[in-house]
Write a new protein. Structure first.
Length: 187
């Protein structure tokens, strides 16, 4: 089901700008994604290969909820993220498929991108879902710092590969006690 609210707005912070991902963003985003280090902890470690990334990118465009993430100071593409899998009955939406250029790890870029996305989405849903490869400790720790709680472990099949995953739920109340508490005041 597609949500009755905008899941692909332009979101602007001091470090990043998230804007709707467009088909002509492929080359710039693939330049970022072609670094194997980005995918080292991901269940699908071959996403740096052009032919694999082409499928990922096509799915991102088809989702109508994907973002190009730009470095606000340079305008250069540094990554991507996505809203997807809206469930009106459960009042939830997923944030995922996020990756950043290694040059922009640990600089607050992901934190600000998540804060912008959460500020935008929490007026519309009660739960934000994160599905993460079970062995992706970097991403798991990041969502735990946001205030998300682990709700289940499971196996997922994607393009013929079975991988272990974990699911986290983040509520506004949880987020307001996590690492982004100040960014999420007054929602």
């Amino acid at each position: 089901m597609f949500p009755p609210f905008d899941i692909q707005p332009t979101l602007v912070g001091t470090k990043v700008c998230l804007r709707p991902l467009a088909e002509d963003d492929f080359d710039a985003l693939y330049t970022v994604a072609s670094d194997p280090d980005i995918w080292a902890m991901h269940p699908h470690r071959d996403r740096y290969k052009r032919e694999v990334f082409e499928g990922f990118f096509a799915e991102a465009i088809a989702s109508r909820g994907s973002f190009a993430i730009l470095d606000q100071s340079t305008g250069v593409m540094i990554g991507s993220s996505r809203f997807a899998n809206y469930d009106a009955e459960a009042s939830e939406i997923e944030i995922g498929w996020t990756f950043f250029a290694c040059s922009h790890w640990r600089g607050g870029f992901n934190r600000e991108a998540k804060a912008l996305m959460l500020r935008h989405i929490f007026p519309h849903v009660n739960i934000v879902v994160f599905q993460i490869g079970a062995h992706n400790l970097r991403s798991r720790k990041a969502v735990e710092r946001l205030g998300a709680r682990l709700v289940r472990n499971y196996v997922r099949e994607y393009r013929g590969q079975k991988q272990g995953y974990v699911m986290y739920h983040l509520t506004l109340e949880g987020a307001q006690t996590g690492a982004l508490a100040l960014a999420l005041e007054n929602i």
